[in-house]
Design a protein around this ligand. Structure first.
Ligand code: SAH
Ligand code: SF4
Ligand code: F3S
Length: 485
């Protein structure tokens, strides 16, 4: 039996897809890259912006004939859009068999089995969680089950890195955002489960784990008298033999506490890289977004972070063209980016989400043209800063965890055997401890290793380097230079 799966959205969705695939492999499925030859076709979806939804609805549209010709194919829509649109999906694409929200993904194998057994009998199944107003907090929490079964190492994008979920849901309710309604209430996983899962991953050869939560630094878990915070969890994970790097995303600015900064400073395995999205540089816009902090408070967080953790790389997200955003307000965002020197920023055009407070309270009144223009301008500014900061790495030695072939090498070898299977020289990519992307020539055997690389060129997004070898002058050269992480 063959399974085709397409995933859009954030790292949380990538992890969910990995787990769904692993659970279906236990049922005898193997993955295929062609929807045409698949028995089951799944879309793991995202609702954060309209564009992400449109992509899935048009992909579904293209399957209409396939389903008519092969009625036994199972077509399923999973994830955030399944939770948000529910039966609307059956209305828009009546040939869809299965709709499963992010809180019910553990049921996918049994649901698919059921649909296949029934064969020609046309069944449609939907499993979703309660909405945020459809029960008591405890009932709603229970309806969003965390899906974290035993991991299947073969299913990870790279065997040396893995995502580990430490919380589900979100309670911040920023007015533009759909996540709290599709992912449900904020719930932290027990530390013992997180440590056990990470230990298992390290045992399987994983060198880097990336802890996931919508507001990962809001992590709280009460165990008897003891309250576990993210800093406590980092200290516990740091003890795991075999792990070299621990990263975590995404941070909520207001929860950037000193205990966390101290943990990042003092625990060498924890990456000195923090994603702390600010969204806007205008207090009026931040208030409309209900982000819960002012620009002055964010500046204080940034200053404190840099004071406590010298050399830290900070990144951010921005939304341009939020309801009522004036030229003046946008200029304040430009000012903040100019002074903050983020390593990089993800910039999004505001996309109104039905059912959010933002859609109820405000008008989406910034034209798409203005949004596009602001997006462009902010990105150009950020790119100039990123490039400047990356140039500071020229001649420096960094330590790179090798992830795999670079994008260019991957394209070049499409259709050939996996590069790790050969020992031909190939262009590889990896990341520094600070999450900077490094591209260099190497050997597929080096995938999964931590390597010293000297940087000789850089642009806004990438550092280009050369592996430091033990023979020759390169080693001497590298010893004479300070090492940046
Ligand atoms: N929990 C994370 C990420 C949420 S989604 C956080 O709090 O930062 C990732 C990013 O998408 C957000 O940071 C925001 O910049 C953007 N985003 C969320 N809703 C959006 C919307 N309606 N339109 C445009 N961008 C949005
Ligand atoms: Fe959305 Fe805000 Fe929660 Fe992030 S913190 S997921 S932006 S509501
Ligand atoms: Fe999208 Fe859901 Fe993630 S809406 S951004 S996939 S939590």
């Amino acid at each position: 039996m063959k399974l085709y799966i397409e995933t859009v959205g954030c790292q949380m969705n990538e992890l969910d897809s990995e787990l769904v695939v692993a659970s279906l492999r236990k049922e005898g499925y193997e993955l295929t890259h062609s929807a045409a030859e698949a028995d089951t076709i799944l879309f793991n979806t995202c609702s954060v912006r309209q564009h992400a939804e449109d992509k899935v609805y048009s992909a579904l549209g293209r399957l209409k004939n396939a389903k008519r010709e092969h009625p036994h194919k199972v077509i399923g829509v999973l994830g955030c859009m399944a939770q948000k649109d529910q039966a609307i999906i059956f209305k828009r694409a009546p040939y869809v068999d299965l709709v499963v929200g992010p809180g019910q993904l553990h049921q996918v194998p049994s649901l698919v089995r059921e649909l296949r057994v029934e064969g020609a009998v046309r069944l449609q199944r939907m499993e979703v969680s309660l909405g945020r107003k459809e029960g008591s907090r405890a009932q709603i929490e229970r309806s969003h089950e965390s899906f974290d079964p035993l991991r299947d190492p073969a299913m990870r994008p790279t065997p040396h890195q893995a995502y580990v979920r430490i919380m589900i849901g979100c309670d911040k309710f920023c007015t533009y955002c759909i996540v709290p309604s599709v992912r449900g209430p904020e719930q932290s996983r027990p530390p013992a489960d997180i440590v056990a899962e990470s230990r298992q991953l390290a045992g399987e050869g994983c060198r880097e784990i990336i802890l996931l939560g919508q507001t990962v630094n809001s992590y709280r878990y009460r165990e008897g008298e003891r309250m576990w915070r993210l800093s406590d969890l980092l200290a516990a994970l740091h003890e795991i033999t075999g792990l070299d790097r621990i990263k975590f995303v995404t941070n909520y600015p207001k929860d950037m506490t000193n205990d966390l900064l101290a943990a990042v400073r003092d625990l060498p395995k924890v990456s000195k890289y923090l994603h702390v999205p600010v969204q806007s540089g205008s207090n009026a816009v931040l208030a409309r977004m209900k982000r819960g902090y002012t620009v002055e408070e964010y500046r204080e967080v940034l200053e404190r972070t840099r004071e406590w953790i010298p050399g830290v790389a900070v990144t951010s997200d921005f939304i341009v063209g939020f309801c009522g955003e004036t030229d003046k307000e946008f200029e304040l965002t430009m000012d903040l980016v100019r002074e903050s020197r983020f390593k990089n920023s993800f910039i999004f055009k505001y996309s109104e989400r039905p059912g959010t407070k933002g859609a109820d309270l405000f008008t989406d009144d910034v034209t798409d043209e203005v949004k596009r223009h602001r997006n462009h301008e902010l990105l150009a500014l950020q790119n100039a800063i990123s490039e400047e900061d990356n140039h500071a790495f020229l001649g420096q030695q960094v330590t790179v965890l090798v992830e795999g072939p670079s994008k260019a090498a991957e394209k070049h070898s499409e259709g050939e055997a996996h590069p790790a299977a050969s020992s031909e020289p190939v262009q590889l990519m990896g990341r520094t401890h600070c999450d900077r992307i490094v591209v260099f020539d190497g050997n597929p055997r080096q995938i999964g290793q931590l390597l010293p690389v000297t940087i000789y060129d850089a642009n806004a997004h990438t550092l280009f380097g050369e592996v430091v070898t033990r023979q020759g002058g390169a080693e001497l050269f590298s010893l004479s230079l300070p090492t940046k992480v």
